[in-house]
Design a protein. Structure first.
Length: 460
């Protein structure tokens, strides 16, 4: 059986076991008291029958003519048993002679109990019956025996047992509630180390994988889990260290051809004239951007964003956005871009390279995935918290549950209209760039409209 929740499983199991034990104890107590009471009643019947059997006496005497006489003497008037004298008690006795004839009986005796006594059963469990045979006092040993039927009501016992049952149910219910509460507290206390461990692991920073779980502070049952977590963290740290070494080596290898290309372009620039000179200058500018982008990407992907050297400067927001839109729109002549600006002369303070990559990715992504025949909107907003830039487009491919995956690396809903140029890294890089600059990236809008906002940009 698959256990979905250990705490719920423990709580239900313990509660059921305690409930079972409580009611088993209550049932055992009820059975024990019932047995004691009925055994006491049986003994009382036997004692009453023994006492009643002594009330019958046979007297013999001879008259003056020598004739022997036999007379039965019943001494019930001299022997008082209050339990058999009251009508509401349901008790009685009946004396039968050897012929089975009723000789005497208690005032409210019921003759039905004679047959019931013969059959050795009670009347619907309401009474207990005892029938004995005895010889009256002074009777000869060869005389036939008499019979005595004694019965007593079990009403008082039934009332006691009913009270015990009701009390057991009430006390049992209270004990069950208390047991469930105790189980809940016990389970909660028992699984709290698991929650503490989960919280502790959730605080591990991806940029610092040297953290290890303190095994000495864990309960004995969780130490194997802690050991495996430490092993996992060690393997992850080793893998990340290997990746960072590769990033550093790749950066070094890629910088060399870029530096050579840059040197060639600078030499060409010094020797060329006219339009050719301008071409060399443009090429040198492109190489510089490539080199800066390479360093940024390798640093970010290696998890060393703190090593980036940010060069913040004053940027004219309107001119910057117009330039970014113009350069990115060249490959999408059929898609319109609407630009709405708040503050024509607004100046922001940012690293131009990172901000350019953020806007290039957002605008290019919007142009690539916008539904045919729809426009891409770019607008800015200014408030007390700084400047915000919003890029929106309509994309009917997206569903509500896709929002959380948009910034995941290599995630793509479907092929973009630009072919295979997109690898699913654009928004992930935008997110990393924003984290470096301290900006907030949010994805909103009511589908099919998608609005991606970069906020918190410092105003100058």
């Amino acid at each position: 059986m698959k256990i979905r929740s250990i705490s719920k499983h423990l709580l239900v199991t313990q509660a059921l076991l305690l409930t079972l034990l409580v009611f088993m104890f209550a049932g055992g107590l009820y059975s024990y008291v019932r047995g004691v009471l009925y055994n006491k009643l049986e003994r009382q019947l036997a004692e009453d029958a023994q006492a009643l059997s002594l009330l019958i006496e046979i007297e013999r005497w001879t008259d003056k003519n020598g004739v022997q006489h036999r007379e039965i003497d019943i001494e019930t008037d001299d022997f008082q048993l209050p339990a058999y004298e009251q009508d509401d008690q349901g008790n009685g006795y009946i004396f039968l002679n050897a012929k089975g004839e009723v000789v005497t009986q208690s005032p409210y005796a019921d003759s039905r109990f004679i047959d019931l006594a013969e059959k050795r059963r009670a009347l619907q469990g309401e009474v207990r019956i005892l029938k004995i045979q005895f010889l009256p006092r002074k009777a000869g040993v060869d005389e036939p025996k008499w019979s005595l039927v004694v019965y007593r009501s079990t009403q008082e016992i039934q009332e006691i047992l009913s009270s015990i049952m009701l009390g057991s149910i009430l006390c049992g219910s209270v004990l069950v509630v208390l047991a469930v509460a105790a189980c809940w507290w016990s389970v909660r206390s028992g699984v709290s180390p698991v929650n503490d461990l989960a919280h502790e692991v959730s605080e591990v920073d991806v940029t610092d994988l040297s953290y290890r779980v303190e095994l000495a502070q864990l309960p004995e049952e969780l130490r194997p889990v802690g050991e495996k977590l430490n092993d996992l963290l060690e393997r992850i740290e080793t893998a990340f260290a290997r990746e960072r070494r590769f990033s550093a080596s790749a950066a070094h290898e890629l910088r060399t051809p870029l530096a050579e290309l840059k040197a060639i372009l600078q030499v060409g620039d010094s020797m060329a004239e006219g339009n050719l000179k301008q071409m060399f200058q443009d090429g040198d500018e492109v190489v510089q951007k490539m080199e800066s982008l390479l360093v940024t990407l390798l640093t970010l992907m290696g998890g060393r964003s703190e090593e980036l050297s940010l060069k913040e400067k004053s940027i004219h927001l309107v001119e910057f956005l117009q330039k970014r839109i113009e350069e990115n729109a060249e490959g999408y002549p059929d898609t319109q871009i609407a630009l709405e600006l708040d503050g024509a002369n607004a100046q922001i303070l940012a690293d131009e390279g990172l901000l350019s990559r953020v806007m290039d990715n957002l605008i290019n992504n919007a142009l690539s995935y916008a539904d045919e025949g729809t426009a891409v909107r770019v607008w800015s907003q200014l408030d007390n918290d700084g400047a915000s830039i919003v890029v929106s487009n309509q994309c009917s491919l997206l569903e509500e549950g896709d929002r959380e995956f948009l910034t995941e690396p290599f995630w793509r809903k479907d092929a973009a209209r630009s072919g295979g140029e997109h690898l699913g890294l654009g928004l992930n890089l935008v997110k990393k760039y924003c984290e470096v600059m301290g900006w907030q990236l949010t994805i909103g809008g009511k589908l099919p409209e998608v609005e991606i906002t970069v906020s918190g940009i410092q105003l100058q």
